[in-house]
Each structure stands twice: as C-alpha cells, then as structure tokens.
Design a protein around this ligand. Structure first.
Ligand SMILES: NC(=O)c1ccc[n+]([C@@H]2O[C@H](COP(=O)([O-])OP(=O)(O)OC[C@H]3O[C@@H](n4cnc5c(N)ncnc54)[C@H](O)[C@@H]3O)[C@@H](O)[C@H]2O)c1
Length: 391
C-alpha cells in the first residue's frame, strides 16, 4: 500500500493557553527547525514524553499541540509522517508557514540554523544564524498575539541555535518589548556535561553512586564564557566542594574538568567529522527545560526554577530589570555593569515571566572561580553580547 502523503495544513486550528480556569488548558508547543538534527530528536522527545504530563494532569481536559516547522519541507514532511504514527494524545500540526507555526504558540523552541563544522567556532556561525534568527523574530512579532499579560495567556521562547551568547541578544533586540523576561537561551547541555564528566570521579572518591551530581554552570555558552561551579556540587544527599575532594584549586583534575565542560562540544564536532555538532545530548538537554515550561503552562507547577541564559536589563539594554528581584544586584555588583545577558538561576512565573534571579551561586564562588574564571567569562561574554546587539 502506498504511504499516505502528509498534507501541509494551511490554516491549522490554534491552541490557546486559556487563563480562565473554567476552560480547558490548551498548550501549543512550536519547534522551529524541526527537520534538523536537534529538531528531529527534540520533536520525538516532546511527542513521547509530554504525553506523560497530559496523562498526569489533574484536569481531565488539558491538551497539547506540537507544531513543527522547517524550511526544509522534505525533512519536515518526513518527520511529521513518522511522528504521526506514535500512538498518543499529543496532537501534531505541520505547516510550511513560519507565521502559522508560531501563531498563538505558548512555547516556541528555536533550533533553526547551521551547525558547527570542524575548525569552526560558535562565533563563525554568527552571521548566517543571526540573519535566520532575525527573520524568525519578525514572524513572531507579527504572528504571536498571546504574549501580553492582559490577554491572560502566556508565551515563552527557548533558543537553542548557536552562537547562543550573541544570538539571544539578536533575538531579544529584534522582538517587541513584551518578550523581555519571556525569552531564554538553553545552556542546560553544559550542566548535563558537568554532571556526566564529574560522576566517575565522585564514585572513585566517595563510593556513592545513588544519583548523578548536580553542578551549577553559569555565564555563557561557549568556551571560556562557560563557568562551571565545581565548588558548589550537590550529590548523593550531601553538598560538598569538589575542591575538597581533590585537594585544592590548582589540582589538574579540576582544571581538566573545567576545560572539558567548556570545550566538550568540540569532542562531538570532531567525532562527527564534518557532519554537525551535538544533536542527541542537546535534544535531551533542551527537553529537560521544555518539559518544565510545559508543566508551568499546564498549571502543574507555579514556577520554573532553572539555570537559563537571560537578559537582565530592559528594552533599552542599559537599565537592570527593576521588576526582577536580584537583576540589579547581579548587573551592578557581580558583573561590573558590563553584561546585559547572563546564564544564572532564574525563577519564571507563567504570566509575569522572569521574576527572580538568585545570586547565591555567583555570590558564593570560591577564590579560584571568582578571581580566574569569572573575569575571563565577563571579558569574552561582553564581546559576544555587544556583537549580537549591534547586528
Ligand atoms: N544550545 C546548545 O547547547 C547547542 C548545542 C548544539 C547545537 N546547537 C545549535 O543548534 C542549531 C541546530 O543544530 P542542528 O545540529 O540541529 O543543525 P541542522 O543543520 O541539523 O538543523 C538545522 C535546521 O534548521 C533549519 N533551518 C534553517 N533555517 C531555517 C529557518 N529560517 N526557519 C526554520 N528552519 C530553518 C534547517 O533546514 C535544518 O533542518 C545550530 O545553530 C547549532 O549550532 C546548540
């Protein structure tokens, strides 16, 4: 039997996250770049795992619509046909029109762009991907009607595309001001890598193997802008410093670990030998964040609490966000008033967006992290951010 062709829906039904609790909560999740390496794997994770959120939803009538878009229509149709055979309640929508894809969406995840090739840094990607992101922002500005507090609806954007340090500034600068505090870069892969790379070492030191360690990673998302805070690990029900375990900040073990987290992406670029960068581990990392936002949109949690790359200033890109607790302290006290974006511990609420920045991590850096890693991070990240803002 011939395989039925997937039809591109010209005028798909639109999901609303209705603020009125008498009505059903409908959440629309859009993936831009769904035909790519990350987009395909992420779409699979969303299709399969978000169904668990629905299954556990206390209200019997919540629904999730997964809307996929890519400029590569062949890949888009193939991915959608494939995913459509998975038997669960997540509704799939496919469109060849970006404006339709993002229209009334509650969670827009952007994985569109060109990935790194061997020898390329993330910054080499800048010009191509910045143009793509700017165009996407224009469509979001034109099409997305539900991102205002007055509407009772809520929308968020999660950005994956690299160079993230510069592209979030491009995106935020191109979007209208409703999106301040609603638009975040995903740096979760750095936390996932830190945990993965540290775990064998912890086992040999402590013998504990019950759970994976958690290491906060703050700053940016490339090379020396990535600041893994190994002095603040949490693992196996104790909070400890890796520095205590391996005796001092000069330890080669610490230096190697930090370097591996900062440049871990290169291992994958080289292993794939010209065929792209991290896709599977990135999709996994992006899903971890996307799931938290979907739970927030479904009213299953009151806040998202995560490390996210975010703007800490208003639309003038000068004044720290006065409505966000901790933003002025971070900007003025810890970042020498030089950085307008930073990956840090954020609290996000459904209607207000970013409401709080917790400065405990940066406030408790040890001497090595504070005197060596942070100044380098600030120097490089400032250049990346200004490059994005001046695009
Ligand atoms: N944040 C992170 O930790 C992280 C990790 C790895 C990769 N990345 C980045 O994620 C991006 C995607 O990587 P990938 O490996 O999936 O690349 P890919 O080339 O496999 O996929 C990118 C997809 O984007 C699509 N695309 C291009 N322009 C578009 C547009 N204007 N609208 C919609 N779709 C468009 C392409 O057709 C393609 O399908 C790259 O920029 C990469 O550097 C980020």
């Amino acid at each position: 039997m011939p395989v039925p062709a997937i039809e591109i829906i010209d005028n798909p039904s639109v999901a609303h996250n209705d603020g009125d609790s008498r009505n059903a909560t409908r959440v629309k999740v859009s993936v831009v770049g769904a035909g790519g390496g990350i987009g395909q794997s992420l779409s699979l994770l969303l299709k399969v795992n978000l169904n668990n959120l629905l299954a556990n939803d206390p209200s019997a009538n919540a629904s999730i619509e997964l809307s996929l878009f890519d400029v590569n229509l062949e890949n888009l149709k193939g991915v959608t046909a494939d995913l459509s055979h998975i038997n669960n309640k997540i509704r799939l929508q496919v469109t060849d029109n970006l404006a339709e894809n993002v229209k009334d969406s509650n969670l827009i995840i952007i994985a569109a762009g060109v990935p790194r090739k061997p020898g390329m840094t993330r910054d080499d990607l800048f010009n191509i991907n910045a143009g793509i992101i700017k165009n996407i922002a224009t469509d979001i500005n034109n099409a997305n009607a539900c991102n205002s507090q007055n509407s009772g609806n809520s929308s968020f954007i999660l950005l994956i595309s690299n160079p993230l340090n510069s592209l979030l500034p491009v995106l935020q600068n191109s979007l209208n001001e409703n999106w301040i505090g609603k638009c975040f870069g995903i740096t979760e892969l750095d936390l996932v890598r830190a945990s993965t790379f540290l775990e064998p070492l912890l086992q040999s030191n402590s013998g504990n193997n019950a759970e994976m360690p958690y290491i906060p990673v703050i700053g940016g998302h490339s090379g020396d802008t990535i600041l893994p805070v190994f002095s603040q690990i949490t693992a196996n029900n104790f909070t400890s410093s890796l520095y205590d375990l391996v005796r001092g900040p000069d330890s080669q073990i610490i230096r190697k670990l930090i370097n591996r987290v900062q440049y871990g992406g290169d291992e994958i670029v080289e292993a794939k030998n010209g065929k792209g960068s991290a896709t599977l581990s990135m999709a996994y990392s992006a899903y971890r964040i996307a799931e938290q936002f979907t739970a927030l949109l479904l009213n299953q949690v009151k806040t998202v609490e995560s490390i996210l790359y975010t703007t800490i200033v208003g639309k003038d890109f000068e004044t720290p966000l006065s409505t966000v607790e901790g933003a002025a302290e971070l900007h003025d006290q810890y970042l020498e008033r030089r950085l307008k974006f930073f990956a840090t511990a954020c609290t996000v609420e459904k209607l207000s967006g970013l409401t709080k920045i917790d400065n405990k991590i940066i406030g408790n850096l040890n001497a090595f992290e504070k005197d060596n890693l942070l100044p380098t991070c600030i120097d490089s990240l400032q250049i990346n951010i200004e490059k994005g803002l001046s695009f």
